[in-house]
Design a binder for this molecule. Structure first.
Ligand code: SF4
Length: 387
C-alpha cells in the first residue's frame, strides 16, 4: 500500500464547526459561537495548517473542501487566510476544486465575491426542502426565498459549479412536496445535487421526540420517496454516480465532486479543525472533537488514530468503492494489494451476483439497483471476518 513518502497528490478538508443555531436533527460537531471564539478558532486552524509539515510539503493539492457546520458564517478575510495558509503548506494545483459549504441566510454578495477572489470555485448549498413548513420542522434557519437569493448571489459571483443538498424522509414530507423540491431545484439547473435521507441520530432533539411524534414517513413511504428522487433526477438530466450523489449530465464537463470521489477511492487527504479526519501514510486519524483542547494545542490531540493494515485496506476498498455506481476495478485492486480480487472476495461476489445484487462487467464490479437499495447489508459482507 502507498506510504506518505511515495504518495503524490493530496486533498485537504477544513472543518468549521459554527452554525447560527442547531438544527433539530443534527449530530455533526457544530454549534453557535461568538465572533471572538470564531476568530480564535480560525487562528488555531492557521497554526495547525502551518505546522502540518511533511504531511503536505511537496505534494499537489488537488481539492480543498471547507465544510461544517456553516463555513459561510466566516467572512471573506477568514476564508482567504485559510486558503493562503494551505497554499503556504504546499502547492494548490491550478485546476484544484475548492468548495465551501454555505447555508442560506449567511450568504451576502460581498462575502461570496471575496470567496471567489480567494480562489473558491465550487459552492455546496444546504437547501434540504423547498417547503417552508418542512424547513421549520427541521429547525433550519432559512426559508425557500433565502435559498433562491443565496443561489443567485453564488452564481452572480461567478461560481460555476454548485451543489444543492436536498433531503428525503423529512417529517410530514409527501410525494407532492418532494416533487416540488426537486422541480424547484432542477429549474435552476445546478451542476450537482446531493439527496440524503433523514436519519434520526441519538442525542438530537428529534431522537428525544420519538418517531411517532415526528410524523415520519414509514419505511414503505420512505422507500417510495427515495425511488422517486432517483427517477425524477434522472428525468431532469442528472446521473447518479454515488448512492446519494447526482451530477448534471454534460458532454463537456464532469461535475462529479472530485473531493468526495477521493474519499471513495481511498486517496489521501489531510483534515484540519476539530473532528476533522485524515488519511495519510497508511494511517487514519481524527482530531479531537473538543474545541477547548483544540484551541489550546491545534492538531495535537487525536480522538482516534490507527494504521490501516492490508485486511482493513481491502475492506475499505470494497465498502467505499462500491458506493460509486460504476463500482470497483479489478485492476485497481490488484495494483493496490498485489492480490486478485476474486481470490479474496470471489465467493461473496458470486453470491451477490447470483442474487441480482451485483454485476461484473469489463473488469468492474458494481452494485445493481437492487443491491444499492440494500447497500448497508450488502457492503457489510465485505468485512473479511464475515466473508
Ligand atoms: S446547518 Fe448543518 S451543521 Fe449546522 S446545525 Fe444545521 S444540519 Fe447541523
Amino acid at each position: 500500500m502507498k506510504s506518505r513518502s511515495d504518495a503524490g497528490d493530496i486533498s485537504v478538508y477544513v472543518h468549521i464547526p459554527f452554525c447560527v443555531r442547531k438544527c433539530l436533527y443534527c449530530d455533526f460537531n457544530s454549534f453557535a459561537a461568538s465572533e471572538e471564539v470564531r476568530g480564535r478558532y480560525v487562528s488555531a486552524l492557521l497554526q495547525e495548517i502551518d505546522e502540518s509539515g511533511s504531511i503536505m510539503a511537496g505534494r499537489d493539492i488537488v481539492s480543498v473542501y471547507i465544510g461544517g457546520g456553516t463555513p459561510s458564517l466566516l467572512d471573506e478575510a477568514a476564508i482567504a487566510s485559510i486558503l493562503d495558509s494551505i497554499s503556504r503548506a504546499s502547492d494548490i494545483s491550478g485546476a484544484a476544486e475548492i468548495t465551501v459549504e454555505m447555508n442560506p441566510g449567511t450568504v451576502t454578495p460581498d462575502k461570496i465575491r471575496g470567496y471567489v477572489r480567494a480562489g473558491v470555485n465550487r459552492a455546496s448549498i444546504g437547501l434540504q426542502s423547498a417547503s417552508d413548513k418542512e424547513l421549520r420542522a427541521l429547525g433550519r434557519i432559512h426559508v425557500m426565498e433565502d435559498f433562491l437569493r443565496s443561489y443567485d448571489i453564488v452564481k452572480e459571483a461567478g461560481i460555476g459549479n454548485v451543489n444543492v443538498d436536498i433531503m428525503t424522509g423529512i417529517p410530514c414530507q409527501t410525494e407532492a412536496s418532494l416533487i416540488k423540491t426537486i422541480d424547484s431545484v432542477t429549474a435552476l439547473y445546478p451542476e450537482h445535487i446531493s439527496a440524503y435521507s433523514l436519519i434520526i441520530e441519538e442525542g438530537t432533539p428529534f431522537y428525544d421526540m420519538g418517531e411517532d411524534r415526528l410524523c415520519l414517513p414509514g419505511e414503505e413511504k420512505t422507500y417510495r420517496l427515495y425511488k422517486l428522487t432517483q427517477e425524477y433526477l434522472s428525468d431532469k438530466g442528472y446521473d447518479r454516480y454515488e448512492i446519494s450523489n447526482y451530477a448534471r449530465r454534460s458532454g463537456a464537463r464532469d461535475y462529479r465532486c472530485r473531493h468526495n470521489l477521493r474519499y471513495w477511492e481511498r486517496r489521501e487527504y489531510a483534515g484540519f479543525g476539530i473532528s476533522a479526519a485524515s488519511f495519510v501514510g497508511g494511517r487514519r486519524y481524527t482530531n479531537t472533537s473538543d474545541i477547548s483542547s483544540y484551541l489550546e494545542a491545534p492538531g495535537a490531540e487525536h480522538a482516534e488514530d490507527r494504521s490501516i493494515d492490508e485486511k482493513s485496506g481491502m475492506e475499505e476498498f470494497m465498502y467505499l468503492g462500491l458506493r460509486e455506481i460504476r463500482g470497483v476495478s479489478e485492476e485497481d485492486f490488484l495494483n493496490a494489494f498485489g492480490r486478485n480480487i476474486w481470490d479474496i472476495y470471489g465467493e461473496v461476489i458470486e453470491r451477490h451476483t447470483s442474487q441480482g445484487l451485483m454485476s461484473c462487467e469489463n473488469g468492474r464490479i458494481a452494485l445493481s439497483d437492487r443491491g444499492i437499495d440494500v447497500s448497508n447489508m450488502v457492503l457489510s459482507e465485505y468485512l473479511l471476518h464475515s466473508s
